[in-house]
Design a binder for this molecule. Sequence first.
Ligand SMILES: NC(=O)c1ccc[n+]([C@@H]2O[C@H](COP(=O)([O-])OP(=O)(O)OC[C@H]3O[C@@H](n4cnc5c(N)ncnc54)[C@H](OP(=O)(O)O)[C@@H]3O)[C@@H](O)[C@H]2O)c1
Length: 338
Amino acid sequence: MPLNHRIVLDNRPQGEATTQNFKLIEVPLPELQDGQVLVCHHFLSLDPYMRGRMNESKSYAQPQPLGEVMIGGTVGEVVDSRHPKFKAGDQVVGMGGWQEFSVVDATVVGALRKVDTTHVPLSHYLGAVGMPGVTAWYGLVKIINPKAGETVTVSAASGAVGSAYGALAKARGCRVVGIAGGKDKCDYVVNELGFDACIDYKEHKDYLSLSKALREACPNGIDGHFENVGGMVLDAVMLRTNAFARIAVCGMIAGYDGAPLPMANPALILVNRMKIEGFIVSEHMEVWPEALQELGTLVGTGKLRPRESVAQGLAAAPEAFLGLLKGKNFGKQLVKLV
Ligand SMILES: NC(=O)c1ccc[n+]([C@@H]2O[C@H](COP(=O)([O-])OP(=O)(O)OC[C@H]3O[C@@H](n4cnc5c(N)ncnc54)[C@H](OP(=O)(O)O)[C@@H]3O)[C@@H](O)[C@H]2O)c1
C-alpha cells in the first residue's frame, strides 16, 4: 500500500510555539471509496491563523486536535478519482493539510475546487487568488469601503494579505501607505507592489515616533486602515485617523503567542467616531466568487505581482511556519512538496 507523510500537532505550545510541538509521521494511503478523490499536493499554505488553532483556548474556530494532521490549504493534482466531476490531472485547491496526499470527500460542497492555471500560477491560488486575497478584499471593500482619493493604510504590507490589499486599493484610486518590517520589504512594497509609501516600523522605538512618520506619509490623515498586527502599529495609526475613519481588524499577529496587546488611546474611537470591525473571511463565503474574479484579473494582467517564500519539502514546514510568525517570510509563505 502506498505511503503518505504528514505532520501532526503532537503537543500544545506553552507560550511561543516550537518545532517540538509537531511530529512527522508516515501513514498508509487508504483505498478510495465512491465520491472520494486522491490529491497529490504540490504546495502547502502556511498561515498565521494556524498558531491560534494550536491553542486549546476558546476562539472563533475549534482547536487543532492533537495527533491529527495540521490544518492547511493545499493546491495540487488529482491522481485518482471516484467522483464524476474530477479526473486524474485536474488541478485543484482544497484544505488538504500538512501532508503529501489527501483523500477528499468531493461530495462535500466546496471541499475541492478545480482551478485554471492558464494565467494564474497554481501556487497563487493559496495566496493572492485564494484565502489571503479574499481577506484583503473583504476588509477593504466591505468594511473600509474607500472612496477614490482617500488614504488607506495596512500593516504587514509585504505579506500575502497586505500585498493584495495594496493592488485592490490602488485599483479604487486610493492613496495607499504600507507599514512593514525592514528596508527590503518596504522597497518591495513601493517599487514592486506600487504603494505610494511604506514605513519601516522597526526604525521606530515607540508608537509616537511611528505616528510621526505616518503623518508625513499620510498628509491628509488616514481614512481607512487594515490591521494585521496590533500593538504599537495600531496605536500609531489610531493617532493619524480622520473623523469617521474605518478600521478592518483582520489579525493581531504581534499577540499570537499570548502577549496582551493593550490599546494606548481607545478614546480616539469616540473622538473620531470610528468604525472598528473584526472579521473572519471564512464566514463570508458569499463574497468569494466576486473577490476571486477581481484578484485573478489583477494577477493575470500583471497589476498584482505577489511574492512568495517557498520552503522545500514537508519536513521544512514547522520551521517555515515559526519563521512566518517572526516575519522571516517575504511574501506568501508556502511549502513546495512536489
Ligand atoms: N481575519 C481573517 O479571516 C484572516 C484571514 C487571513 C489572514 N489573517 C491575518 O492577516 C494577517 C496577515 O496574514 P498573512 O497570511 O498575509 O501573513 P504575512 O503578512 O504574509 O506574514 C506575517 C507577517 O506579519 C508580520 N509580523 C509578524 N510578527 C509581527 C510583529 N510582532 N509585529 C509586527 N509585524 C509582525 C511580519 O511582517 P513584517 O516583517 O513586515 O513585520 C510577517 O511577515 C495575520 O495577522 C493573519 O492572522 C486574517
